[in-house]
Design a binder for this molecule. Structure first.
Ligand SMILES: NC(=O)c1ccc[n+]([C@@H]2O[C@H](COP(=O)([O-])OP(=O)(O)OC[C@H]3O[C@@H](n4cnc5c(N)ncnc54)[C@H](OP(=O)(O)O)[C@@H]3O)[C@@H](O)[C@H]2O)c1
Length: 285
């Protein structure tokens, strides 16, 4: 499948281009400097030139705290531009997979969020991504919005590499919040999921994250163990780390729809963590 990826320089975009090429699919990832998704003419031209069968939109403003003070830009990129890409893909007859996030929910739940659960974003990032979902499905009702969470992988800022960088700087113990629970997701597994979904004809929304749900604290302990680092990890409360954007306390997504669509269970994030550590330079200290 000829695959065009907007936001092709980010964590998910890179992994998606690499996974498509491994399948022997012609794939092109576009950097923001090549095509700004807010520029309708350039988006249309990129699609006309590459003639993709599948468009994967990974372009987004993802710095959750920065979005709080950049509301207009967040809504322009994550909201309006998402609709622009969707309309252009639909007009060209290409299938569209659009990335969204667990942050569309308020995180006050206590059982995994299903696709049809009412959203309630608590941050500008979450609200702008929700607006993007609405615009995508309005412009391209056949499109699929894939909500994911806690992504780690090569090529961008992520929690795993942050923990490893702290260890490398000699921080001991690591103090990590223990009262937020979610589903870590390796970009390599996510990319495979996106391509499998690209081959399906599913539309609407689908949730994808790796198993099992953990707290950031438990995730950090596993990162330290996998890297063979000898540092302590201490649980702390979210209240001890005040940040501009509130984080959902509970970010567990129900993945049954995904599993039914592709006919296999979601992967374990621990296997993804081992892949990531191997591919990005192994142990810490
Ligand atoms: N990372 C996570 O934990 C996570 C969790 C849930 C959902 N998601 C969603 O997954 C998708 C991919 O995220 P990611 O983790 O790969 O993010 P990322 O590493 O920050 O990558 C974002 C990409 O979007 C590009 N971009 C930003 N503004 C753009 C614009 N105006 N025009 C074109 N490209 C633009 C960036 O280019 P530059 O590098 O040039 O800025 C980069 O290539 C996003 O929709 C995000 O909301 C991510």
């Amino acid at each position: 499948m000829r695959t065009l990826v907007f936001g092709g320089t980010g964590i998910v975009g890179r992994a998606t281009v690499a996974a498509a090429r491994r399948r022997g699919w012609p794939a092109l990832g576009l950097a923001r400097g090549q095509v700004d998704v807010g520029d309708r003419a350039r988006v249309e031209r990129a699609i006309a030139l590459f003639r993709p069968e599948l468009v994967v939109n990974c372009a987004a403003l993802t710095q959750v705290d920065a979005c709080e003070s950049e509301r207009e830009l967040a809504f322009a990129v994550n909201g309006v531009a998402a609709g622009v890409v969707a309309a252009a893909a639909a007009a060209a007859g290409a299938r569209l997979i659009h990335l969204s996030t667990d942050y569309v929910f308020d995180g006050a739940g206590n059982r995994p969020y299903r696709e049809e659960d009412p959203p309630g974003p608590r941050s500008v990032y979450g609200a702008s991504k929700l607006e993007g979902e609405r615009r995508v499905l309005e412009a391209a009702p056949e499109a699929l919005v894939v909500r994911t969470s806690w992504v780690f992988g090569a090529g961008g800022a992520n929690f795993v590499d942050t923990m490893r960088a702290l260890v490398a700087r000699g921080v001991d113990p690591l103090r990590v919040v223990a009262d937020q629970v979610g589903g870590p997701t390796w970009a390599g597994f996510l990319a495979r999921a996106l391509l499998d979904l690209g081959e399906s004809s599913a539309s609407g929304r689908v949730h994808y994250q790796n198993r099992e749900a953990v707290s950031w604290f438990d995730f950090a302990r596993e990162i330290v163990r996998t890297c063979g680092a000898r540092v302590g990890v201490v649980p702390v409360a979210t209240a001890e780390f005040p940040r501009p954007a509130p984080r959902p306390a509970y970010s567990v997504l129900a993945v049954e729809r995904f599993e039914q669509l592709v006919g296999r269970p979601v992967e374990d994030w621990r296997a993804g963590l081992a892949h990531h550590v191997r591919e990005t330079g192994g142990e810490s200290r």
